[in-house]
Design a protein around this ligand. Structure first.
Ligand code: SF4
Ligand code: SF3
Length: 575
């Protein structure tokens, strides 16, 4: 195996024996083969030129990509099933194409033209011919034609993994794009289950997957990485619309972090539709519901607040689940990443749903959009209530509408000098000790600096009680990592309010923590919006080759985090 997609890659180079995350070499092999097969499927789907095929295949590819995100799915059987479905789809599309060759697949439009020509995001009419095959001859590529007995799939996986691209700069950029796609895929899936999608996303996922099979120059791949960032913005906006139209606009909320005396279910991950169905089905059962890690922002949504048995948040970031799931005492529902290797202390009461999976852990599938959580609820009834590990509350819910409602106050505070600087410290948390950097930055920033955050990175400082400025808390949590979109909207609105031409003229610094591939999508989104001078930590990605890192430094002034005091001083001076 060789995997270097996350921040905890062994020796900051790559995991080649077993994943630091717990991923086994076989699972890594099947995941590599799934990605490879999706690339071939993407080329085959684009060759049809049919809008409905692109949309349907794009959504399937998104779910496949999502399953390979760090800490999402460790279950070989589920990955194998996805490979099988990808191959079946590929065969069906090839058959269809063979029957229709010379008809609708022939078009001279350039890739991307169709996206601008068909901006109606709800257009699923399904028969528009729009997208050409990205390059002649691609249908002869092994990714489009390979076939092997399933017993040989692991063998096959050894020849098509990350290292099969010999040029380290091309490899670096192609993987940067694939990781950005994985983040996009996860967000697109969450939006899709709520009935929101944008066919530009499905089309781009397929185009970018297919592009990684082709001979592209470094410049072309840099451009594609930035387009990945643009699509990440579109996708986060789509998910924002999906979440807020279904559950209301997040409100400033004090979230209880203590416990009650009822049996309870803990829900983690990012999928708000799962949250809704769990709250509905637990109503009147005597079973309470708590959030863990990235599900904390569910507490900010008006629709969810109506449930009296929705008690609050239990514990901290994902990597603390080994201890916190044990002391929670009741069943745990993982809707997405991050799952850590399951411990015996809670192995009998953990469940997965959506694209999450873990061998031996019961998985709950949707049937006609509905998930039946009754087995979890029945188990909860016979479990003891959670052991209290904290008391008090944390505050959040500063998504774009809430912050923009405070815009006048914020603009006044900036003009009067009461707020000197915003520091965006969103992203992911992780196990590494070096992440105490982010706690120390939060503690060291002067009293006239405000932290904007989203994602599980917040757990490094959201319980520190850092005070407020003229009634504005010094830590403004917008929500999940996808709510980084809110931070971008806020920045763009402030730019407008101050009449600046460039987002980089604002008194905002970016000090981003990354771990998995959604953070890569968010990073590319920020770059595509023109943000410069981002600090990234706790380490730069292992998948950035020296030359690609240099391109990012030269064009975007990206820098690794450094000494806390020096970074804070530099950020306060706008550097
Ligand atoms: Fe290693 Fe991260 Fe890949 Fe897991 S996801 S195998 S920790 S690089
Ligand atoms: Fe966290 Fe896994 Fe990335 Fe959604 S839950 S931010 S790490």
């Amino acid at each position: 195996m060789f995997c270097f997609q996350c921040q905890e890659a062994a020796k900051n180079t790559g995991c080649d024996v077993k994943g630091v995350c717990g991923k086994k070499p076989e699972t890594a092999g099947y995941q590599d083969l799934l990605i490879y097969t999706l690339k071939g499927l993407a080329a085959q789907a684009l060759a049809t030129g049919q809008r409905n095929t692109i949309n349907d295949t794009g959504y399937f590819a998104a779910r496949g990509l999502f399953a390979t995100i760090t800490n999402a799915n460790f279950d070989d059987d589920r990955i194998i099933a996805l490979i099988r479905e990808a191959l079946n789809r590929r065969t069906r599309l090839a058959d269809t194409l063979a029957r229709t060759t010379g008809s609708s697949s022939a078009t001279s439009a350039a890739p991307g033209d169709a996206a601008t020509a068909t901006p109606d995001v709800t257009d699923t009419t399904g028969t528009t011919a729009f997208s050409p095959l990205p390059a002649a001859g691609l249908l002869q590529h092994d990714a489009v034609t390979w076939a092997a007995d399933p017993a040989d799939w692991l063998n096959k996986s050894r020849s098509i993994g990350v290292l099969s691209e010999p040029d380290q700069d091309l490899r670096s950029l192609k993987e940067l794009i694939i990781y950005g796609l994985k983040g996009i895929a996860a967000y697109a899936d969450h939006a899709a289950v709520l009935g929101h999608s944008d066919e530009r996303i499905w089309e781009f996922i397929l185009e970018a997957l297919a592009a990684t099979l082709q001979d592209k120059s470094l410049d072309e791949l840099v451009a594609l990485a930035l387009k990945t960032g643009e699509t990440a913005v579109t996708t986060m906006a789509t998910l924002d619309a999906a979440n807020t139209s279904a559950y209301g606009k997040p409100e400033i909320t004090e979230v209880n972090i203590g416990t009650r005396d009822n049996p309870a279910i803990l829900i983690s991950g990012h999928d708000l539709k799962d949250m809704e169905q769990l709250l509905e089905q637990t109503t009147g059962t005597g079973v309470d519901v708590y959030t863990h890690s990235e599900m904390l922002p569910a507490n900010y949504y008006p629709k969810f607040k109506q449930y009296e048995h929705f008690v609050g948040n239990y514990g901290g970031a994902w990597w603390q689940q080994d201890k916190e799931f044990a002391s929670f005492n009741g069943p745990i529902l993982m809707t997405t990443n991050c799952i850590v290797p399951v411990r015996p202390s809670y192995a009998e009461r953990i469940y997965t749903t959506g694209m999450a999976g873990y061998p031996g852990v019961p998985h709950i599938e949707a049937v006609d959009g509905r998930k039946d959580f009754s087995a979890i609820i029945e188990q909860a009834k016979i479990c003891p209530p959670p052991t209290q590990i904290e008391t008090g509350s944390i505050i959040g819910g500063f998504a774009h509408d809430q912050v923009l409602a405070l815009a006048d106050k914020i603009v006044d505070a900036i003009k009067s000098g009461a707020i000197k600087r915003f520091v965006v410290m969103g992203g992911c948390d992780g196990r590494q000790k070096g992440r105490s950097y982010f706690t120390q930055v939060a503690e060291t920033l002067p009293q006239d600096a405000v932290i904007l955050t989203a994602g599980c990175a917040k757990y490094r400082y959201n319980k520190l009680n850092l005070g407020s400025i003229d009634g504005i808390p010094r830590v403004l949590d917008a929500g999940q990592c996808n709510d980084s979109y809110s931070l971008a909207v806020i920045a763009l609105k402030l730019k407008e309010a101050f009449g600046f031409d460039d987002i980089n003229e604002l008194p905002i610094s970016f000090d981003i923590a990354w771990y998995e591939q959604k953070a890569v999508a968010v990073l590319l989104a920020l770059l595509s919006l023109g943000v410069k001078g981002i600090r990234l930590g706790p380490t730069l990605p292992a998948f950035l080759s020296p030359n690609v890192a240099r391109v990012l430094v030269e064009n975007f002034n990206i820098k690794p985090v450094g000494d806390v005091a020096e970074d804070v001083a530099a950020m306060m001076q706008g550097a």
